[in-house]
Write a protein that binds this ligand. Structure first.
Ligand code: SF4
Length: 445
């Protein structure tokens, strides 16, 4: 079979698609690139926002248009949540987009897709076939490691996944699921409970990736600093173990909840030879009242302490902060309070998300004022402009500093690019000798 992948959403999805892609290639199937006809199309979806849902439906329509005779398998978080709807309520089956999926496969069953593909001989007549179990009952953890040719932090990554020759950076799934149930979020319903493999298994996998040539490993998961629920270990212990591998490599930590980002973890990063000074911390709101509405696990004072401690130990660290705007109950006064808090924060970038009302979330049961859509947009725009200023100031602070760049293999119009340890993107003339190597440079704006 020729198989085409389209992956939407986070790096975790990306890592899982890559693992599935490798498994399919090992099973004798071949990869169809964008635009090439495929026998089987696998769409790995996201449901983090309304927009994400919409993009999934669009991607499905596009796949069907481009591959009218292919078997289409839709999996991932949107499939997990939509599978419930599809099995109980027949109406969505006929809505535009979903009618053309052959299989809808939940997040746990996703890892059986290679076996499913092996059995596929023709399109099913009674579509869609739904293969999904209640995800909150799932205890198993499915590992995933991807090698990346995508060098952006974009929320959305469309790619045809497989084992690329490019091995500079890889994403290692260290954890899955979440037990937090923030009131606006559907992810615990789509990904299940927090779970993880043993540290020893992850070290073996990461060491193999480094031995195979990977120079940067990005640790991914849903709530990665919650690591250890299944094994009684801690995220700090995981970092210490991964910091002690052999070879020349760099580690990056994915998003860490602020209440779990302890001073010991920050110290480990600061004292490490391998862990990049790069933090991604979800704030979501800078108003304590709104944080309570969201049922987040910290106050803004704790958040500010964490940022101050990072700056004390690592003055030039990149600090990216997730900010949500326009949840129910976010009055103008709360937003202004949020804004003035974020203005004071010494961080490098804001990732701004506009709240959308999501089925199943507890926020829908809250009798709180709803922020009108155009006001949500206005607030998002304000934070996005603030983000631009912060990023500019961060780059300016790094001007003329010595940084270490890891060059990636993309040759785009005679140029190559790479990232510094503190996540500054640098571009230079393409030099194949330098690809996949670290180089000290003096950074100029
Ligand atoms: S921590 Fe909150 S926002 Fe993050 S995945 Fe868990 S429930 Fe969702």
């Amino acid at each position: 079979m020729t198989v085409r992948f389209v992956t939407l959403g986070c790096k975790l999805n990306f890592a899982e698609s890559s693992a599935l892609g490798r498994s399919l290639l090992a099973g004798g199937h071949t990869r169809a690139e964008d635009g090439e006809p495929a026998d089987v199309c696998i769409l790995n979806t996201c449901t983090v926002t309304d927009t994400a849902d919409h993009k999934c439906r669009q991607a499905l329509c596009r796949l069907r248009r481009e591959n009218p005779d292919a078997v289409i398998v839709v999996t991932g978080c949107y499939a997990q949540l939509a599978a419930d709807n599809l099995s109980k309520v027949p109406a969505p089956v006929t809505t535009k987009g979903w009618k053309d999926a052959d299989y809808i496969v939940g997040n746990d069953e996703k890892f059986n897709i290679p076996e499913l593909v092996a059995k596929i001989s023709e399109r099913v007549t009674e579509r869609p076939v739904v293969l999904s179990t209640p995800i909150r009952e799932v205890e198993s953890f499915h590992g995933a490691l991807s090698f990346s040719h995508v060098d952006s932090e974009d929320e959305e990554q469309h790619t045809t996944i497989a084992d690329r020759s490019q091995r500079t950076r890889c994403f290692l799934k260290v954890q899955d699921g979440c037990n937090y149930f923030c009131t606006y979020c559907t992810i615990p319903y789509a990904r299940g409970k927090s779970r993880n493999p043993h540290i020893a298994e992850l070290v073996v996998e990461a060491q193999k990736a480094v031995t195979d040539g990977a120079k940067e490993i990005v640790l991914t998961g849903v709530n990665i600093a919650d690591f250890g629920r299944s094994t009684g270990e801690t995220f700090l212990e995981l970092l210490q173990a991964l910091d002690n591998m052999e070879g020349e490599y760099r580690l990056r930590i994915g998003s860490c909840e602020p209440n779990l980002l302890t001073t010991e973890i920050i110290d480990q990063v600061a004292d490490s030879r391998h862990i990049a000074p790069h933090f991604h911390i979800p704030l979501q709101s800078g108003s304590n009242e709104v944080l309570q509405i969201m049922k987040r696990h910290y106050t803004r004072e704790l958040f500010a302490e964490r940022v101050a401690y990072i700056r004390k130990r690592l003055p030039y660290a990149f600090i990216g902060v997730d900010c949500m705007v326009g949840v129910r109950g976010e009055t103008e006064a709360y937003f202004n309070d949020y804004l003035s808090f974020v203005e004071q924060l010494d961080v490098s970038q804001l990732h701004v998300f506009t709240y959308s009302e999501r089925a199943r979330t507890r926020m829908l049961e809250m009798d709180l004022p709803i922020v009108p859509t155009d006001e949500r947009k206005r607030r998002s725009d304000i934070l996005r402009r603030l983000s631009e200023q912060k990023t500019k100031a961060f780059y300016a602070a790094n001007n003329n500093r010595e940084l270490t760049v890891l060059w990636e293999s993309r040759n785009a119009k005679g140029q190559m690019s790479g990232f510094s340890e503190n996540y500054i993107r640098v571009v230079a003339a393409y030099d194949p000798e330098k690809v996949n190597t670290f180089q000290k440079i003096t950074y100029h704006l």
